[in-house]
Design a protein around this ligand. Structure first.
Ligand SMILES: *Cc1c(COP(=O)(O)O)cnc(C)c1O
Length: 405
């Protein structure tokens, strides 16, 4: 493909920094000169003549053809997210789970083996288990035990999959160490970067090959749409993923892409502020007599505190979990007494959410499995948003005051 047959780039000075790329990277504006990115709600694109159509279908000219393959609004989101992750390329998907489906369809075949953290998102575990019926087996290992990852490697291992920090315990895995294990055996390392987002953590800098996103969380940031993405090298995205997307069609809708695109403009200030407020909540919770234990990577008491600070730009993230005295009954009382927090298992929203992991996100595990994982009945997970921290403290204090310390 000649240089003039490629889609144009946004005109930005070389070396523009991340905060600039977050609001500027994309495609040049249309002939109308819009300042805010346009939403291209169109399923297909019109060609000037039959010969051009033929060149575009044959991939001799990069152009928009059909929105299952690509769409200008989706391309803007992909370029912007790639810039933030420090990857060459990105492909948007209809959901975070669709991104994992695309990753597996594009890279694995029957007989291949996956090593996955046992602390990843529940649907991720179920999806990897489902691939067994196509001959792709997955071994689940401890999030933090590098030797367990190394020990699980076998001749067919082609993919290592991690999510850091984990939900709800905020366990942190060592991305560079996992990348090393993957590369020694010729496998790829994919990191689900949902909890930190590129505002705090860029897994590719630590050696990951692929970054997976649920755009539903921080990238949108206001709880509006379902979206996903995979970031990686140009060759990986264009050779392995784009052909699957074209035929299988787990495509991101232009509307959802537009919402995420605009969300990326404020990602850094949201995530950093939410992370700082979560730390303030963590310190406050630790000083409450009714609270037994607090989990947040910024606390020196966190088992992987130093690693988290090195990997996550010195930030702990917006999720803070804590255990109240009195088990499930006390946890429910705290949750039910809130008037500001939303009782929902979603996260990454500017509205603070509160949830009881053992009866919701981790409700399908048996009680012994939960206890082994450290997800006890008295645990509450808070995903801190942008409300005033004093109002959040008052919201939790209302229920905490009912517990006998
Ligand atoms: C929500 C979530 C997903 C799945 O994303 P969807 O957009 O809901 O499909 C994957 N991983 C993590 C860590 C999540 O929080």
């Amino acid at each position: 493909m000649g240089a003039d047959k490629r889609l144009p780039r946004t005109r930005l000075p070389a070396g523009a920094r991340i905060d600039t790329l977050a609001v500027r990277e994309g495609l040049p504006p249309s002939q109308w000169g819009e300042n805010s990115e346009a939403l291209f709600l169109t399923s297909s694109f019109v060609h000037p003549d039959a010969a051009t159509a033929a060149a575009r279908f044959a991939n001799e000219e990069e152009a928009f053809v059909y929105s299952r393959f690509s769409n200008p609004t989706v391309t803007m989101m992909e370029r912007r997210l790639a810039a933030l992750e420090g990857s060459e390329a990105c492909i948007g998907t209809s959901s975070g789970m669709a991104a994992i489906l695309l990753l597996v369809m594009g890279t694995l075949k029957s007989g291949d083996h996956v090593i996955c953290s046992q602390s990843v998102f529940g649907s991720t575990i179920r999806l990897f288990q489902d691939f067994a019926k196509f001959g792709v087996d997955t071994t689940f290992v401890s999030q933090t035990d590098v030797d367990a990852w190394r020990g699980a490697v076998r001749p067919g291992t082609r993919l290592l999959f991690a999510e850091t920090p984990s939900n709800p315990l905020t366990e942190v895995c060592d991305i560079a160490a996992l990348a090393d294990i993957a590369h020694r055996t010729g496998a790829l390392l994919c990191v689900d970067n949902c909890f930190c987002s590129p505002a705090l953590q860029q897994p590719i800098r630590f050696g990951a090959d692929v970054v997976m996103h649920s755009g539903t969380k921080f990238l949108d940031g206001q709880g509006r749409v379902i979206a996903g993405a995979l970031c990686g090298s140009d060759a990986f995205v264009n050779d392995k993923l784009v052909p699957v997307m074209r035929s299988a069609g787990m495509s991101l809708s232009p509307f959802n892409a537009w919402v995420v695109l605009k969300g990326l403009e404020t990602l850094s200030i949201r995530v950093r502020t939410q992370s700082q407020r979560a730390l303030e909540m963590a310190h406050w919770l630790e000083s409450q007599p009714q609270v037994e234990r607090v989990y947040h990577p910024s606390m020196p008491s966190h088992p992987q505190h130093a690693l988290a600070m090195a990997q996550q730009s010195g930030q702990g993230g917006s999720v803070v979990s804590f255990v109240v005295k009195g088990g499930r009954e006390a946890a429910f009382a705290v949750i039910d007494a809130t008037r500001v927090c939303s009782i929902t298992a979603n996260l990454g929203d500017v509205k603070t959410t509160i949830t009881h992991p053992s009866s919701t996100s981790h409700g399908r595990l048996t009680e012994p499995q939960r206890v082994a994982a450290g997800i006890v009945q008295g645990m509450i997970r808070l995903a801190v948003g942008l409300e005033d921290v004093e109002d959040l403290k008052t919201d939790l204090a209302r229920g905490l005051s009912q517990i006998h310390a």
